[in-house]
Design a protein around this ligand. Sequence first.
Ligand code: NAD
Ligand code: AKB
Length: 311
Amino acid sequence: MEKILVIGALGQIGTELTAALRLKYSFEQVIAADLPFPSNGETGYIQLNVLDKPELHALVIREKITQIYHLAAMLSARAEAHPQKAWELNMQGLLNVLDIAKADRLLVFWPSSIAVFGKNGPLINCPQHTVTQPSTLYGISKAAGENLCQYYWEQYGVDVRSLRYPGLISYSSPAGGGTTDYAVDVFHHAARNGRYTCFLKASTRLPMMYMEDAVRATLELMAAPADELTVRTAYNIAAMSFTPIELAHAIAAKLPGFRMSYEPDNRQQIANGWPQSIDDKFARRDWGWRHRYEMPEMVSSMLAGLGQKAV
Ligand code: NAD
Ligand code: AKB
C-alpha cells in the first residue's frame, strides 16, 4: 500500500496537492507535514522540519512511507532577502529527502521553477534543454537541485521526478513570497475593493498556470511509467503567458470598474531575468501533458472561487 508524505503541506501548492492526493488515495494514506500547525485549527497535519534529518527519517520508517512530495522551499523574492537561510532550506532540505529516498527506495516529487533560466537563455518559447544561468539565489538553488535529482537517479536509481512550474494561480491559500505573486494577490484585492497596485511593470510577460492544471500535471508525472521519462532534471510545463495589464483587462471584463496601477519594486529585476513563455514539448511527448486553463477560464474560476470563499 502506498503511504505518502507531503512536506510543506500548508503552502500554496501543498494545500491543494494534499487534498488531491487524499482524494486519489485516502486520508490515512497521506501524511501532511509542515513547520507550523494550521492557523485555522484544521486537523490532519503533523509538525516536521525537513532540515531535521533524523526526525524525518524516523517518521519515514515509522509510517512506512513509500513516496515523498517535498514542497518546502523559500521562493524567489523572499530568498533574495534571506539568501543564507534560503540556500540552507532549499538545498539541505532536498539533500535530506534524496538521501532518505536512496536508503529506503522511495519515489520522490520535488518542484523546480522557470527561475532556473536566466538572461542568457531564450526569453520566448524557452526550450527544455538550454542555457541555465539564473541570476537569483532561488534560481541557482533550483538549478543545483535539478542536477542533484538527475545525479541521484543516475548514480543511485532514486526515482525522483520534477516539474519547472511557472507562476501558479490559486485562491485557497496565499502565494508564498515569489515574483509571480501579483497574479494571485490581484484577485483578492479586486474582489475586496476593486483596486490593485502591481509591483511589476504593466508590460512584464511571464508564464503562468492555474493550480488545477499544476496539481494534475504533478499527479500525471508521478503516475507515468519510469522508462518513458527522458528528462531527469525537471520537465518544462506551460499553460498561459500574460502581462499585468492583460490580466487587469481580463478581470475588468468580469468586474467592471476594476483598476490596476503600477509601482515596480525590486521584484521587477527578478522578472526581467525569466522567460516570457515556455516550450513544453518533452512533457507533452513523454507523458501526455495538456493544459486545460487559458486566462479567461482561470479568471472566471478564481473570481467564482473567491466569491464562494467569502460566503
Ligand atoms: P509556500 O511558501 O506557499 O509553501 C512552502 C511551505 O513550506 C510553507 O507552508 C512552509 O511553512 C513550509 N516550510 C518552510 N520551511 C520548512 C521546513 N524547514 N520544514 C518543513 N516545512 C517547511 O510555497 P509554494 O508556493 O507552495 O511552493 C512549493 C514548492 O513549489 C517550492 O519548492 C517552490 O519553489 C515551488 N514552486 C512554486 C511556484 C508557485 O508559483 N507557487 C512556482 C514554481 C515552483
Ligand atoms: C516565484 O515567483 O518565486 C515562484 C516561481 C515561479 O518559482 N512563483
